[in-house]
Ligand binder design. Structure first.
Ligand code: FAD
Length: 461
């Protein structure tokens, strides 16, 4: 009788079933290095039908499957921690891009296409893609939809879920879930025919089905852009500046906040010069975009806002990229110092400054030697709390910080998902009935619990 590895090799080809630990190692550990598992094998299909056949074999063998895209997820959901005998299903080879449906501004892409590849493809067709974040060169569309990723453009275009117009996916038993009729480059632009499977799978973190293709909404390509980094006194001041810009500048496209300690780390890591002539406790980065140059509108909006200290402005692509680098280099600068406990949370915007202070105090109370580096997608009051030098206290740090978030009416995950890192705390954010409904959906789609066991749901008593 052929082994499971042999049966899977017959589907995807022997060179795409990896069992040698030297080859599987990079799939077993997450981007931060905090989560490390051990898959029995890594399987790399290249088509929807191969995914379906692989899942059918795994179901027949009662073997759990952990789906993985670019493996840039930050909550341990993409690696087989505590999942014995797992098949790690890498979707990266499903990286095809259909031609853009030019008039509708839509495109079907394979789940393994990277965010950067989709953006490049959309731009070449005169459109743009509404999703963007620093992991764009590795993160895949499937992973972004599965985590309902957010990033830097949420304020304008919404999170990953808002970009999804249709999905094609495979259930744990190998059945294909796809819209009736041919996929094609065209297809309906509007539909109200029952449950929205794309919306359901967005945020499902590989626990309900394996996404194989996504039909994406594209957004207008806005050629004129301006980026400003503004020095401010702190979080509350930054919110007041942002409010002034939001009310007055139609083309506001991004608003990110970082602090002096994070900037110092970034500068030490990258060798970048200071962004402004003077130092400030915090820095607000805003980007505005339009068909015509939005610089004057932004300058008018900032003019006379008392909280604006110094500002640096760039309109040319290299200058804009240089300003963005101060914000986007934060994750790698933090990672260079150690393995951080990463907490991605959101709070009601009016509670942002007080919640941030409370989270910092709660973490330091349980881990006095910890160092906190915080940055935010400011418009959504989405804090990225990075706790360094506290890896051995990860549970206590998470418990303290997430309870502080809940006490301020916040969510324990704004955009990274729950994964394995936060499963224990799901009830801080979701009511018992919501969790029961989610479990009911899970058991309807994956009754034997084969897809990504241990992710998203807290262990049942
Ligand atoms: C430097 C850096 C910056 C980041 N910035 C942001 C940010 O600003 N905003 C943000 O939201 N995230 C951010 N992230 C987190 C991460 O990039 C996103 O969550 C991303 O969407 C994950 O995509 P991926 O392809 O790497 O998925 P993976 O990490 O491989 O998987 C993530 C989850 O999705 C599941 N999954 C993956 N592919 C599929 C599929 N085809 N079908 C079903 N389930 C699947 C996995 O099982 C896992 O649970 C950042 C990460 C890094 C490293």
């Amino acid at each position: 009788v052929p082994s499971l590895a042999e049966r899977l090799a017959a589907i995807v080809g022997a060179s795409h079933v990896l069992t040698d630990p030297a080859l599987t190692a990079s799939y077993d550990v997450d981007w931060t290095g905090r989560f490390r598992g051990r898959a029995a094998m890594v399987v790399r299909p290249r088509s929807t039908s191969e995914v379906a056949a692989v899942l059918g074999e795994c179901a027949a063998a009662s073997v759990p499957v952990v789906p993985q895209g670019g493996n840039t997820g930050l909550v341990g959901g993409s690696v087989p921690v505590g999942v014995p005998r797992a098949v790690l299903l890498s979707l990266r080879r499903l990286s095809w891009l259909d031609p853009v449906d030019h008039d509708a501004g839509q495109v079907w892409v394979g789940a393994g296409a990277t965010i950067a590849a989709v953006a490049g493809h959309a731009r070449a067709a005169g459109w743009d893609f509404g999703l963007d974040f620093a992991a764009r060169d590795s993160a895949t569309v499937g992973g972004a939809v599965a985590t309902n990723a957010g990033g830097e453009r949420v304020l304008r275009h919404g999170p990953a879920r808002a970009q999804v117009l249709g999905v094609e996916a495979v259930l744990a038993d190998g059945r294909l879930v796809a819209r009736a009729g041919p996929r094609g480059a065209g297809g309906v632009v509007k539909e109200s025919a029952g449950y929205d499977l794309g919306a359901l799978l967005a945020g499902s973190e590989g626990t309900l089905a394996v996404l194989t293709a996504v039909r994406l909404r594209l957004v207008p390509a806005l050629p004129s852009r301006v980026v400003a980094v503004v020095g401010v006194a702190g979080t509350a001041a930054a919110q007041r500046v942002l409010s002034a810009v939001r009310r007055r500048v139609e083309g506001l496209a991004a608003a990110e906040l970082f602090h002096a300690d994070g900037l110092a780390l970034v500068r030490a890591h990258t060798g970048l010069p200071p962004p402004l002539g003077s130092e400030h406790p915090a820095y607000l980065l805003v980007e505005c975009a339009g068909q015509s140059d939005p610089t004057e509108a932004l300058a008018d909006a900032l003019d006379g806002v008392a909280e604006v200290g110094d500002a640096a402005v760039a309109t040319d692509p290299p200058g804009r990229a240089a300003l963005w680098r101060y914000r986007e280099a934060h994750p790698e600068a933090v990672g260079a110092l150690g393995v951080p406990v990463k907490l991605d949370v959101s709070v009601p915007p009016t509670a942002l400054a007080t919640a941030e202070t409370a989270i910092r105090a709660a973490v330091l109370a349980v881990a006095p030697a910890a160092r906190l580096i915080v940055w935010s997608h400011l418009a959504e009051a989405n804090l990225h709390v990075n706790v360094l030098f506290a890896e051995s206290l990860a549970e206590q740090v998470s418990d303290a910080a997430l309870n502080a978030v809940a006490a301020h009416g916040g969510s324990i995950s704004a955009e990274h998902g729950i994964g394995r890192a936060k499963a224990r705390w799901l009830s801080l954010t979701r009511s018992p009935t919501e969790i029961a409904v989610m479990r009911a959906v899970k058991s309807a789609l994956d009754p034997r619990g084969q897809l990504n066991p241990g992710a998203l749901f807290p262990p049942e008593d």
